[in-house]
Design a protein around this ligand. Structure first.
Ligand code: KG4
Ligand code: ZN
Length: 344
């Protein structure tokens, strides 16, 4: 079965073709960074309009690159949520219109299930069961995964998501949107031991996360340091490094606890923050010390992409699922059921 996947949940328009027998045939992405940058963050209405402009040309490009005629597409998948409702509606309407014109089935996919399955786009993919750490701009989730659609939520952020914390700290350090990658780049040049920020939620049991206190600690440290000297590049880099060290330490420690608690021996990491080099290195090191194998998608499949939506859609279409056409701003991942058992 060959699936065209469409992602439009936030500020990236992305399309891909996934073939059950041949794997990923092609993928393409248009980033809206330049569009939103003057506003310092994503403007939902601008995002929706840009998805409208970019979807059709991207589909043409991807079909060309895949060498796939429209008739060879057996089904379509789009991101149905969670995300910005206007942006989601563009992708949903577009996918359903194509499905109608091509007389093919269409299914709505959960964005975080897409992220979760992204490691299976790579040649060296794990067997189930796995522990999944999903770290994106909107969510921080620890999930015990028995198989596709069989998800037990172990922990989540009670306030800011990990990516959101990176973005907010970047902003307070004066870095341009999108903050996460810029903050990570700045942290590379910072001193690891100048600022030691609190590791939130490590002093109590449980697998939930909290990042807003860490963000506030960086804000106060920046203010205090600024009272003595201007916020120069050195200081900003040291603050960025201190923040990154703390965030990574918390994520790694919660993974270690979740592995111990569940007895799972494989860890998959995905979502935009999964592209972070320090996090990848820390989790690999932790995995090696515990004898746990750690899997990541390539960085381009950690951040939003169409390939993960095509793959998740492939599993669900294959099992006969069809979309109800709804989109959802919020959609708990543990309300999903295995392919073929999902209703609504
Ligand atoms: O998964 P994603 O592309 O979109 C959402 O579903 O939210 O994640 C985007 C988030 C943003 O907060 C972005 O700043 C963060 O991932 N991010 C990073 C890095 N690359 C993207 N954070 C830290 N280090 C990175 N290298
Ligand atoms: Zn995402």
């Amino acid at each position: 079965m060959r699936v065209l996947g469409i992602e439009s949940s936030c500020d990236e328009t992305a399309v891909a073709v996934y073939d059950g027998a041949q794997g990923l045939l092609a993928h393409a992405l248009h980033s809206q960074v330049a569009l939103h940058a003057p506003h310092g963050g994503v403007v939902p209405e601008l995002a929706s309009r840009d998805h409208v402009r970019k979807l059709l040309p991207l589909v043409r490009d991807v079909l060309n690159e895949a060498g796939a005629a429209p008739e060879s597409i057996d089904g379509l998948a789009y991101t149905a949520g969670p995300g910005l409702v206007g942006a989601l509606l563009v992708g949903a309407t577009f996918a359903q219109s194509l499905a109608l014109a091509w007389n093919r089935p269409c299914v709505g996919v959960h964005h975080m299930e897409g992220h979760l399955l992204a490691p299976w786009l790579e040649p060296h993919a794990p067997d189930f069961p796995v522990l999944a750490l999903l770290v994106s701009g909107g969510h921080t989730l620890l999930v015990a995964v028995e198989g596709v659609g069989d998800y037990r939520l172990l922990g989540e952020s009670i306030d800011d998501a990990a990516g959101e914390a990176f973005d907010k700290v970047a902003k307070l350090l004066g870095l341009p949107y999108p903050g996460g990658p810029a903050l990570a780049a700045l942290a590379e040049t910072g001193a690891p031991d100048r600022f030691h920020f609190p590791r939130p939620m490590l002093d109590r049991p449980g697998l939930d996360f909290s990042f807003s206190g860490l963000k506030t600690a960086v804000l106060y440290a920046a203010r205090e340091a600024q009272a003595e000297a201007p916020l120069d590049d050195r200081l900003r880099a040291d603050l960025a490094r201190g923040f990154e060290e703390a965030a990574v330490a918390v994520l790694a420690e919660k993974c270690r606890r979740a592995l111990a608690q569940t007895g799972l021996r494989r860890l998959v990491v995905a979502g935009g923050v999964g592209a972070n080099r320090r996090l990848r290195a820390a989790l690999l090191q932790m995995g090696a010390s515990l004898g746990v194998e750690v899997f990541y998608p390539r960085p381009a499949f950690c951040t939003d992409n169409g390939a993960m939506i095509a793959l998740a859609g492939y599993h669900r279409l294959q099992a006969g699922e069809r979309g109800a056409g709804t989109v959802r701003a919020r959609w708990p991942i543990d309300s999903l059921r295995p392919p073929g058992q999902q209703t609504g």
